[in-house]
Structures are given as structure tokens and as C-alpha cells.
Design a protein around this ligand. Sequence first.
Ligand code: AP5
Length: 222
Amino acid sequence: MIFVLLGPPGCGKGTQATRIAQKYGLKATSTGEIIRGQMAAGTEVGKAAQSYVKKGELVPDEVVIAMVKEELRSQSGGPGVVLDGFPRTVNQANSLADILTQSGLRLDGVLNFVVSEEEIVRRLAGRRVCEKCGASYHILFMPPHKEGICDQCGGALIQRADDAPDSVRERLRVYAKQTEPLIVYYRERRLLNDIEGIGTPEEVAVRVESVVDRIARGSRPV
Ligand code: AP5
């Protein structure tokens, strides 16, 4: 199974991608995580991406498309992939369709998380991530057992540089201009499934699972 998770920054894509991957035995692939990994490792790609990410802009399509192509190639023959944060432009969506066709695969569904801007700002202001393993927390909604320490690996929890207010404003602007058109793109292809993203992560996960189960049974949205 191949799924795309769509939605504005902070809507819960990463949180739900981890859950879907665990529940259905799929691989969660976050382009944001891959890019941050490259930045931390100081690779050429990471250095090139740094200024875009910090400002809240999209990394150029050709860089991200090459990453995803490589990731899907390495997963070919596996149980499936949850793409978190890709595609984000119509050009990326067309490339994904081409890559899948060339590999004899198809996109099973797109989960579009619907969350208000007010809630997004609250979520991003309180997000903390582990600098060692990347696990994500929220100081109010998903706190770690011990303040400032990752439950999973004991690493320090930090605020992402692009969660600063200026950067968040830019990410929301970029989302509206470049990524939101994908809602119509995937609706026209009868792949779009809206998911109400408000509620606890567990409540959202129940909605996600009912959609994934329906898709797994072979029925698509009308
Ligand atoms: P990326 O890392 O993908 O950032 P994003 O899309 O802005 O999404 P976020 O990671 O901010 O949020 P999320 O939706 O995953 O929410 P989360 O689950 O963490 O990308 C970063 C940058 O990389 C981009 O700006 C761009 O520069 C570049 N990039 C990445 N992909 C690219 C591409 N395809 N093309 C070009 N450039 C690309 O949740 C947020 C917070 O809320 C957390 O604290 C969480 O604990 C909490 N939370 C989650 N669910 C709930 C809930 N139900 N109730 C309460 N709190 C909740």
C-alpha cells in the first residue's frame, strides 16, 4: 500500500504517519526528516537545503524528487510506504505518478488532514523534537515522561528552527500557494480522503484507520 499524507504544517502528518506505519507494517517516509538528517550530517544536499528550510520555503523540486525516487527504489518489494510531506507541489505530484508507474506501482490514497490555522499555531509553538532520534512531542498535548528528555532514547528535546513564528507564517503562506492546489488535484483523481484533524492523536488515529481499512478493502472515495 502507498499513501500520501497531505495537510498544512503542524496538522499532525508526522504523528499519524508513525502510527499508520506501526499499525499496518508500512515504512513512514518524511521528506522533512530526510532533509533535516542531511542538514545535520552537513552533506551537499543538506547545505543546499538549509536556507530554504530555515526561511520556511520549499526545497527545490528536483532535490526532493531525487530523494523520494531513491527512497521508493530502496523500498521496492516491501510492504508499502506512507509518504509524509511529499508531494507538496503539482510538479512533485506528477513526478510521483511517473515514478510509481515506472515501478508498476500505484498510489492507494491521499489522507488530507483538516485543521484550523489557530490550532496549527498552538501545536507548532509547543512542539519539541529529540535532537538525537527526531521523535516528536508537545509540551501540553504529548509531553515526555521527563521534561526536556526523549522517552525513546534519552536525547535532549529542542524546538525546531523552522517553528519560530516568522518561519511558521511563511510555511503557512507557502502551503496555501504551492501545496493546497493538490487537494483539487487528488480529488479529481478520486484519491482524496479528508480527515478531521482536531481531537486527541488517538481520536484522529481512529478516523485515519477507518479510511485506511476502507481503502485496503478496495473502495475509493466517490
Ligand atoms: P516537514 O518536516 O514535513 O514540516 P511540515 O510539513 O511543515 O510539517 P510538520 O513536521 O511541521 O508538522 P506535521 O504535520 O508533521 O505535524 P506533527 O505530527 O509534527 O518539512 C519541513 C521543511 O522541509 C519544509 O518547510 C520544507 O522546507 C522542507 N520540505 C519537506 N518536504 C518537502 C517537499 N516535499 N518539497 C520541498 N520541501 C520540502 O504535529 C505537530 C505538533 O502537534 C507536535 O508537537 C505534535 O505532538 C502535536 N500534535 C499532533 N497531533 C496532535 C493532536 N491531534 N492534538 C494535539 N496535538 C497534536
